[in-house]
Ligand binder design. Structure first.
Ligand code: ASP
Length: 316
């Protein structure tokens, strides 16, 4: 009997390590003042439909045995092509009323990463980030050089006006203050690989080629198969200073925190206490999904092997 008692801790250990979901996907479309009372029903439906469309694209890739990097890139492209979010078309405007976009992607099996900053004509910045990772010897390209690289490898380009929507022009002319949005996606595929990606137009009214946390690996985006994948949204300067995405992974790795515990500490005790708002989404190595924010709302959703589609916007 004694012999069998010894086995109990071993059995418990293995059951803790058991995967919750073999594959899963989670997205965000930015955190901020997303409040039910200020959102007309039709607009709410538009957001929900677009988030669902993006999730469906990524989830079907994972379900059919595709890679998490394909799922993340394709999902983010849907959100970049939509005017509703602050990424690609519909990005917030700079002080000069132009669009400058940042994006990054990271794969958790090899800690490989690609990032781009201040893009002006590349239609899908997330694809440029992936290309930097896969087709260059570098991790992070910016400005004109990043544009030239993306053009050389044949990515689609458009005039800067393509990204500018009437809505964003009205916003900047009306307010000329800092505002934020952003899109992101984390996916876990059937091979156990986690990918995280984030894409943004940055902060409204930004100047001087300001670059936020989104293309900074470890701040806005991080993935490590040993722990989790994370994509962030919020006041970028504070996410850089707190190295948010990596910090969450590090708390899991070195302090045995769960993804949810680590995310809460980062968003509420660190970023929040400095006076900034925002949120994070993530998936841990066992397929557990996390969505945490300290702002009134965050466009967000997920679908796992064992759950239905879940799509939310408001704080409730
Ligand atoms: N984090 C982004 C930035 O600071 C903005 C956002 O997420 O809304 O550029």
């Amino acid at each position: 009997m004694k012999k069998y008692l010894k086995l109990i801790p071993v059995i418990l250990f293995f059951s803790c390590e058991k995967s919750i979901n073999d594959y899963a996907i989670v997205i965000h479309g930015g955190a901020g003042t997303v409040i039910r009372e200020n959102t007309p029903k039709e607009l709410q439906k538009k957001y929900e439909d677009k988030l669902r469309e993006a999730l469906e694209v990524g989830y079907s890739i994972l379900e059919n045995g595709g890679s998490s990097i394909d799922a993340v890139e394709k999902t983010i492209k849907i959100l970049e092509d939509s005017e509703l979010f602050n990424a690609g078309k519909g990005s917030v405007l700079t002080n000069e009323e132009t669009v400058e976009m940042d994006a990054s992607i990271m794969t958790g099996n090899d800690l490989n990463a690609g990032a781009v900053a201040t893009l002006k004509t590349i239609k899908n910045p997330i694809s440029a980030a992936r290309a930097v990772m896969e087709k260059s010897n570098h991790v992070f390209l910016s400005g004109e050089g990043a544009e030239n690289f993306a053009k050389e490898i044949g990515l689609e380009t458009v005039n800067n006006n393509y990204f500018i929507t009437k809505n964003q022009l009205n916003q900047i002319r009306k307010i000329k203050e800092n505002k934020y949005g952003t899109v992101g996606c984390v996916a876990l595929d059937k091979s156990g690989n986690i990918t995280a990606g984030t894409s943004t137009g940055g902060m409204m009214n930004k100047k001087w080629n300001r670059i936020g946390d989104v293309p900074v690996i470890g701040a806005g985006t991080y993935a490590n198969n040993k722990t989790c994948g994370v994509s962030a949204t919020g006041w970028g300067e504070f996410f850089i200073r707190n190295v948010v995405a990596y910090d969450i992974s590090a708390m899991m790795e070195y302090q045995n925190k769960t993804l949810e515990e680590a995310a809460k500490i980062s968003i509420f005790d660190k970023v929040g206490k400095m006076g900034a708002t925002g949120g994070v989404i993530g998936i841990d190595k066992n397929g557990g999904v996390m969505m945490e924010f300290n702002s009134p709302g965050m466009y967000r959703g997920y679908k796992t092997e064992n759950s239905d589609y879940v799509i939310k916007m408001f704080g409730d």
